[in-house]
Design a protein around this ligand. Structure first.
Ligand SMILES: C[S@@+](CC[C@H](N)C(=O)[O-])C[C@H]1O[C@@H](n2cnc3c(N)ncnc32)[C@H](O)[C@@H]1O
Length: 241
């Protein structure tokens, strides 16, 4: 796959959205609910993404309001689109918190036929809960697809333990840790694959895909985060509109 072929594949999408493209991939500015329907069926190899948490508190983002009455439906619509556009597996990072956990468990039930595994991210230094409340020290990676998941290396476990991300910009405090993206992208995808992240944020998927010689497509709906991710991905721009 060359960058030219990549652009051809996504012509309709690129023509419809503000975007920046370089030899490693494209970053699109827009709402994934509007842009994903423009993608061709099975046009990306993998999806790797983290939807907003719906924490009902605005303590993570400067420019995005993490309160969504339609959060359950947002996830259903996005997952259905990702199942349509993704050839192999979808890695969907989700945290069950006090506000969203009923929705998370319902989503697992609703997509149970597509879920081939659930991997756990265990945080070695989570924010402790007060008193006798239980400290939430895990996030899930729902892995959806048609085939069972195989690793590129032997003895891969369905759990990864690392510390929480302490290196985030003040504007966005929900940035994926680079070592977690590296774990999933290196173990479960291959060089030259196209990896889609429809909640691109500060662009960790792009940074890691580039470093591991994968192509990527990111979609982000907040202009400031889109701009920050373009800069963080070190784009040497070939095309933009
Ligand atoms: C949990 S963060 C993702 C962080 C990202 N993995 C990173 O490493 O920076 C979720 C992001 O999704 C964006 N977002 C929320 N709803 C969206 C939508 N409908 N379409 C595109 N982006 C959206 C938010 O602005 C936020 O930056």
């Amino acid at each position: 796959m060359t960058n030219g072929q990549l652009n051809e594949n996504f012509e309709l999408v690129l023509n419809s959205a503000l975007h920046k493209t370089d030899a490693s991939g494209s970053i699109l500015f827009g709402d994934s609910l509007a842009l994903l329907p423009l993608f061709n069926n099975k046009s990306v190899d993998y999806s790797f993404t983290s939807p907003p948490y719906n924490r009902k508190r605005n303590d993570k983002y400067r420019d995005f309001t993490d309160i969504n009455e339609n959060w359950f439906q947002l996830n259903i619509d996005i997952l259905n689109q990702l199942l349509r556009v993704t050839k192999k597996h979808i890695f969907y990072n989700i945290q069950a918190n006090y506000y969203n956990r009923q929705d998370v468990y319902k989503l697992i039930g609703l997509f149970s036929k597509n879920i081939v595994d659930i991997h756990i991210w265990e945080k070695s230094n989570p924010m402790p809960a007060s008193g006798k409340n239980i400290t939430n020290a895990v996030e899930y990676f729902l892995i959806l697809g048609n085939e069972s998941l195989k690793s590129n290396t032997t003895y891969t476990k369905n759990i990864i333990t690392t510390s929480v991300n302490s290196n985030m910009p003040k504007e966005h405090k929900a940035v994926m840790k680079t070592d977690i993206a590296e774990h999933f992208i290196s173990k479960f995808t291959n060089e030259n694959d196209i990896i889609l992240d429809c909640f691109f944020g500060y662009g960790t998927t792009g940074v890691v895909a580039k470093e591991l010689n994968r192509f990527f497509i990111g979609i982000e709906k907040e202009k400031s985060y889109y701009d920050m991710s373009v800069e963080r991905c070190g784009f040497n721009i070939i095309s933009a509109n």
